[in-house]
Each structure stands twice: as C-alpha cells, then as structure tokens.
Design a protein around this ligand. Structure first.
Ligand code: TYD
Length: 205
C-alpha cells in the first residue's frame, strides 16, 4: 500500500476581478473526489477574529502600515486556529489568498517596502509556505470590466489602474521568483478552459 502523501497547502491569488473565487469549490471538489479531506478558508478572515478584521480592512481607511500589520495579525490567528491544525490532522488546505496577497497589494499596490513585509512574514510563518499557489491572471481592463459588472466595490476594488498594475506586476514578479510553487492560470479563457487547466495541475500533485 502506498503511504499517504503529505497534506498540501494550496493558495489562490490574483487581482480583484480575475475570477479566482469561482474556481475554489471546483478544486475542492476535485480533491474530495480523490478521497482527500479539504479545509477551505480565506484571507483576510478564516476565523471569527479574522472576519472582524476583514470587515475593518475592506471598508475603513487607515495608515498603510496599519493595513499591512492587520493583514498579518489576521494571518497569525488563521494559522494558529485553522491552517496549522488542519494540516496536522492530515487535511489539505485551500486558502483564498495568503501572504503573496500582502506582497502584491501592500507591496506592489501600496508601495510599502518589501523588506518590511518580509520581516513580518518571517515573524508570522518562518517555516511555512504554500506547496502550490494558483495565480489567476488577467489584464487590468478585463478585471475592471468584470468588477464593474458584478457588485458594489470594497476599498481595494475602488482603487485605480496604477494600483492594480502594481499588484499584478508584483504577483507576476513573485511567480517568476518562485517558479516551483506558482502556476499561472490564464483567466481570460472560458470557464471550461480554466477548469481543464486546473484539472491538469491538480492531477500532477
Ligand atoms: P477578495 O479575496 O478579492 O474577496 P472577494 O472576492 O470577496 O472580494 O477580497 C480581499 C481583498 O483584500 C482583496 O482586494 C485583496 C485584499 N488583500 C490585501 O490587500 N492584502 C492581503 O494580504 C490579503 C489577504 C487581501
């Protein structure tokens, strides 16, 4: 009998409007069909305290460093209460955003120094990185059209093109920096094509 593989930590990333959230349950279902227990969660949020922080973060103006610190505060709680216990009991974890989002939004978008964010990352999760990061990528105009069509916009979604250009640029830079863990999913494709790409990626795990 083969030994069960180590549980994996998978994160979903991308600029607002890239469509990542519509694919979370699809990937969770693919894994469940293989008999894998999955914990699905999100950031900021994922815990009662984290969800309260999410409300503040998405709707209240604050100092840019306060924003970065609260993202990591939410993450600290999330790791302690959800991610680490789930991996310890053998569940795979799928998180809608994680630390790459802080580098992309607070670093690339808000222009906070990467070195400061790296210090927080070292503090909060020195030994844990996702095993796989799915980066749902679309050009800015496609993302903007999708956002405007769908909903009332939160604080981040109301940002302008230069902010999102910074966010997307930092995501792509990190994907190039960490090629072993990132897979870029071209989200201009149809839903069926994205699902086919995701099925191939998950089958390779
Ligand atoms: P998002 O994940 O897009 O959820 P929804 O699909 O419900 O809008 O919203 C979370 C927002 O928070 C998104 O705009 C990105 C932002 N964010 C950061 O700026 N930094 C972070 O570290 C994280 C996790 C999210």
């Amino acid at each position: 009998m083969s030994t069960p593989s180590k549980p994996k930590f998978i994160t979903f990333e991308g600029i607002d409007g890239a469509g990542k959230s519509s694919h979370l349950s699809f990937v969770a279902d693919l894994l469940a069909a293989r008999g894998i227990r999955v914990t699905s969660t999100r950031e900021p949020g994922g815990t009662p305290l984290g969800e309260q922080l999410r409300t503040v973060l998405l709707h209240q103006k604050m100092h840019l460093e306060t924003e970065a610190l609260l993202m990591f505060a939410s993450r600290r709680e999330h790791l302690a209460q959800v991610i680490e216990p789930a991996l310890a009991r053998g569940d795979w974890v799928i998180s809608d955003r994680f630390t790459d989002a802080t580098f992309a939004y607070q670093g690339g978008g808000r222009q906070l120094p990467v070195a400061k964010l790296e210090q927080l990352e070292q503090w909060v999760h020195p030994h844990l990185q996702p095993d796989l990061t799915l980066l749902f990528d679309v050009p800015l105009d496609v993302a903007r059209a999708r956002l405007d069509a769908t909903r009332s916009l939160d604080k981040f979604e109301q940002e302008q093109n230069d902010f999102f250009a910074g966010v997307r640029g930092e995501y792509l830079r990190r994907a190039a920096q960490f090629p072993a863990r990132f897979r870029i999913v071209d989200s201009t494709q149809s839903m069926a094509q994205v699902r086919a790409a995701l099925t191939a990626i998950m089958a390779s795990l």
